[in-house]
Design a protein around this ligand. Sequence first.
Ligand code: ZN
Length: 144
Amino acid sequence: MSSLDDLYRRVIMDHYQKPRNRGKLEEWEGLVINLNNPTCGDSISLSLKVEDGRVADAKFVGEGCSISMSSASMMTEAVKGKTVEEALELSHLFSELMQGKEIDESIDLGDIEALRGVAKFPARIKCATLAWKALEQGIKTGQS
Ligand code: ZN
């Protein structure tokens, strides 16, 4: 195992064990999107507050494997405060990362970078993208 893999693994476990933005918004505060990934048994309930074209708040609760939960934690951390366009752009980048595509090196993905290796394990890609799918669905719902 290379030291980079080791570092990535540590970042993933850190988010899994200490999830950021864990919780739920009240119904009047925002939208709640429930999604699951039956192939692995992951489920996520994402709360999203979209205000003035920005992701004003994002929280999640869920159960599942370390990949799905750490990805949800990283996602909420990454999109909070961003504009809807920026959040969707990041979601698009993440999906490219999961397809194993090379992405612009100058883009700072922060902790999300740690999930890069998941692209090599097709069975786990749905675990990693679950939270992002919930985000996209929430933004779509929030805009209509
Ligand atoms: Zn999973």
